[in-house]
Design a protein around this ligand. Structure first.
Ligand code: SF4
Length: 318
């Protein structure tokens, strides 16, 4: 859902407008026609939960919700950062809701999910960046739905010391943090973030608990080069990242970061081949890939790839 009336960071509100380009034929917005879509919406509404599917205006919502897959966005609908690609509202968030972990777990049970992805807005206003709340949500889902595997897509915990350890110690099955773009573009795309902070978070999470799969995602079409993508892949592999997702950036409104180009499917095939040559356990690189798209299948692929590895295998050389 793209609206112009939501809270905007001054950097976004005062950004010169750039027309949103017409999408090529290979970018498809999936339609919401099934009964299951309506049921998913009803469960989320009954439990008063937000989703990144709605807040980010994800084009895959029709398909995902028709399979009852929704990525829940905890800790409110207002983010403390002002990333230029993101459609989530920016401002001063509300206090945390102590009942939210229970409602997330209830929704997971009602939807019958075998794998759930939980993400959040950035909460720079909290001393721990929301790490303890994330851990409570993981534990609540584990308690209510012990068969469900849990993937968290976390913020960077910049300036929050070792708060991220609380999330890792709650033992999610997948610890995901998106690098989003190549480091040269950080000042324009993620002005509040630091590339090496994000990379180090992934590295340290893997070192703290090597049994947890780590995952990261990139958007392309922002102005990056293939060489820059190659370097980021190398950085991720050195940090032990298991799963890479790469998808096309779509500009939400004229006030967001301008799109540089629509990357054609054949270029995505090259990016995927490059990533696979680096030794990631799993790779998804298509125009419609989002870090939570088909996340259950991605998790199954990770498990299969790990099982197929010889014992004591070191991460592949890059
Ligand atoms: S790809 Fe992720 S964010 Fe988009 S609709 Fe599917 S679950 Fe939601």
């Amino acid at each position: 859902m793209i609206t112009e009336d939501r809270l905007r960071h001054p950097e976004k509100a005062h950004r010169p407008a750039t027309p949103v380009l017409r999408k090529p034929s290979w970018i498809r917005v999936s339609r919401a026609e099934s009964a299951a879509y309506g049921e998913t919406r009803a469960v989320l509404k009954a439990e008063a939960l937000s989703t990144v599917c709605e807040e980010a205006g994800c084009p895959n919502r029709g398909e995902c919700w028709s399979k009852r897959h929704a990525t829940m966005m905890i800790m409110g609908e207002v983010c403390t950062r002002g990333c230029s690609f993101c459609n989530v509202a920016t401002g001063r968030p509300d206090a945390l809701d102590a009942f939210e972990p229970g409602r997330v777990a209830q929704a997971v049970a009602k939807l019958g999910l075998r794998h759930v992805v939980i993400t959040s807005v950035d909460r720079d206003d909290l001393d721990d960046g929301g790490a303890a709340h994330f851990a409570q949500v993981i534990r609540a889902v584990r308690h209510r739905c012990p068969e469900t595997t849990v993937e968290v897509l976390v913020p960077d915990f910049l300036h929050k010391g070792a708060a991220w350890e609380t999330v890792v110690d709650a033992a999610p099955d997948v610890f995901n943090h998106n690098l989003e773009c190549v480091p040269r573009l950080y000042p324009a795309v993620r002005p509040g973030a630091r590339y090496y902070q994000s990379l180090r978070l992934l590295d340290e999470a893997k070192r703290r608990n090597p049994a947890i799969f780590t995952k990261s995602g990139l958007m392309v079409g922002l102005g990056e080069t293939l060489e820059e993508l190659r370097q980021v892949m190398d950085d991720m592999r050195i940090a032990g990242v298991d799963f890479l997702t790469v998808g096309q950036y779509l500009q939400p409104t004229p006030r967001h970061h301008a799109i540089d180009r629509f990357v054609p499917p054949e270029d995505f095939a090259r990016i995927e081949a490059m990533a696979r040559s680096k030794g990631f356990l799993a790779v998804s690189a298509t125009p419609m890939t989002r870090s939570s798209f088909h996340a259950d299948d991605g998790f199954a692929a990770l498990q299969a790839a790990r099982r197929a590895q010889p014992a004591n295998t070191e991460p592949a050389n890059v």
